[in-house]
Design a binder for this molecule. Structure first.
Ligand SMILES: [Zn+2]
Ligand SMILES: [Zn+2]
Length: 233
């Protein structure tokens, strides 16, 4: 269990706790926020007018978040209520008298593209927005806390940030002061992982098959995917 530290704010504490297991802490925190949000939409927010207004403007959730909601228990009625509005909007937005006409071949192509624009959402998927905001919030805390050697060790031992979140952190205001530390910590984490992958590859050779793989070597290839693309779920 992670040791609590009284001098840290709850968010700093949360960030440290997210580094207690393997994998990018920003992925983990964003996934927690995402799950809480979709659960709350499922259980309570679907009756909230503001939530429904946002989901109307975004034409529902993106594919990933729609399916996440679909997979929750008891989601049928809530999904029907929200997506009934979305389908109704498609019908309203494509009423023949409202659509751009355009004569001539070129104009007709232009009119088709305009219809595509009409069918766009006016705001992004609210769950995606929340995921991004959560990662940003914790990236800012990470940058502020990075001078703490304890945090550096935690970050290295959890494998560091995934590459997409590392790029995001480096582009966050305040990164300029600590970016060399951030990269140094990640280089150590990548070197450790690379060593484990090299052993995994070597021990898969028939000449060394008798040498048992350690747990870390055994799943090093999956953790390389986590580093390059972000932690699953
Ligand atoms: Zn990540
Ligand atoms: Zn989304």
């Amino acid at each position: 269990m992670f040791k609590m530290n009284d001098t840290l704010s709850p968010l700093q504490q949360q960030l440290r706790e997210a580094m207690s297991g393997w994998g990018c802490p920003l992925c983990r925190l964003a996934a927690q926020a995402e799950k809480t949000y979709i659960d709350s939409v499922n259980y309570e927010r679907v009756i909230d007018v503001k939530t429904r207004d946002v989901l109307k403007a975004s034409r529902g959730f993106c594919a990933h978040h729609s399916r996440m909601w679909e997979d929750l228990n008891g989601s049928a009625l809530g999904v029907a209520i929200v997506y009934h509005i979305s389908i109704l909007d498609l019908l309203r937005d494509t009423e023949p008298e409202k659509l751009p006409k355009g004569g001539g071949l070129f104009r007709r192509g232009e009119a088709a593209a305009q219809v595509a624009d009409i069918l766009e959402a006016s705001v992004p998927c609210p769950a995606c927005t929340l995921v991004e905001e959560t990662a940003h919030r914790f990236a800012t805390i990470l940058l502020k806390d990075l001078k703490d050697p304890t945090l550096q060790t935690l970050l290295r031992d959890c494998g560091g940030l995934c590459l997409p979140h590392l790029r995001m952190a480096l582009r966050t205001p305040g990164a300029g002061k600590v970016h060399s530390t951030l990269i140094a910590v990640h280089r150590e984490a990548w070197q450790n992982l690379m060593g484990e992958m090299e052993e995994f590859i070597r021990k898969n050779d028939h000449r060394f098959r008798h040498e048992p793989l350690t747990d870390k070597e055994g799943d090093s290839w999956i953790r390389a995917l986590d580093v390059m693309t972000g932690k699953r779920g």
